[in-house]
Design a protein around this ligand. Sequence first.
Ligand SMILES: Cc1cc2nc3c(=O)[nH]c(=O)nc-3n(C[C@H](O)[C@H](O)[C@H](O)COP(=O)(O)O)c2cc1C
Length: 208
Amino acid sequence: MMQKNQPDVPAAGRVSWNGSALLAPVPPVLVTCCADGRVNVLTVGWTGICATHPPMTYISVRPSRFSYDMIRKTGEFVINLTTTAMVKAVDFCGVRSGRDTDKLAVCGLHTLPAEHGDVPVLAEAPVSLLCKVRQIIPLGSHDMFLAEITGTSVDGRYLDSKGRLNLQQSGLLAYAHGEYFALGRKCGEFGYSVRKKPKQKGSARFSK
Ligand SMILES: Cc1cc2nc3c(=O)[nH]c(=O)nc-3n(C[C@H](O)[C@H](O)[C@H](O)COP(=O)(O)O)c2cc1C
């Protein structure tokens, strides 16, 4: 059995800091947006899923970003998952502004029209989430665009023969404390810790 309360563990070497945004890893996504006939893309690390039904997500964007007004105006954006093959574009789109640079052209990224909205998806992305803004929440440095995922566009290469999504081969990218990483090796899967195994004599549940 897993212990509910650990006995006192010495806090050797731990340091207390003020609250800081040190959650890691996060997915460094490429967000596409469009307004007045112009398509732009920016890198976003402050994103996540916040509900399953309806599928809800958020991106937190500084109001100073060129993309901010585009998203606010149209109420739409697309979250494009990124891979190691896209890492240079991910960084570039996060340090250059669409105000003075056509980032899609410079990075050689290709757009495809989306079925469920006006904002195009990135052809290079294994999965793209089409989002409609439901609320804008000012939080200080960033405003949070809370959005419903109204459509999903998937690269068919990552569907198996039964139509199931398998992203292991896509080389998903992670971002941790200013550095980009390829996802590491698989070390478990949902629910495996409690899955019943055929009983073997003398084996303890958490023994190797
Ligand atoms: C890895 C990474 C993550 C980033 N995450 C965010 C973010 O979550 N929110 C944000 O406002 N800017 C973020 N940025 C910065 C913007 O992507 C950057 O300012 C970009 O130039 C804005 O583009 P735009 O002016 O064309 O909208 C990030 C940059 C990088 C490199």
